[in-house]
Write a protein that binds this ligand. Structure first.
Ligand SMILES: [Zn+2]
Length: 64
């Protein structure tokens, strides 16, 4: 039994699994959909936007 190593998580039927899967914003905790979760790094767009703004302020801080 040499290769029992599992590199990949077992993939279920994604469409089916989606039904009960819930995603929550890691910042404010509100429920978001998978699309948001993936697009916004686990946050709702508002928190993502907030964070983006903060980051931009850091990056462009000298410009102001
Ligand atoms: Zn949020």
């Amino acid at each position: 039994m040499g290769h029992l190593m599992r590199k990949h998580k077992k993939k279920e039927n994604t469409a089916q699994a989606k039904e009960d899967e819930k995603f929550y914003c890691s910042v404010c905790g509100r429920e978001i959909d998978e699309e948001e979760f993936e697009s916004y790094d686990g946050m709702c767009w508002e928190c993502w936007d907030d964070q983006l703004t903060e980051e931009s302020e850091d990056i462009f801080g000298d410009v102001m």
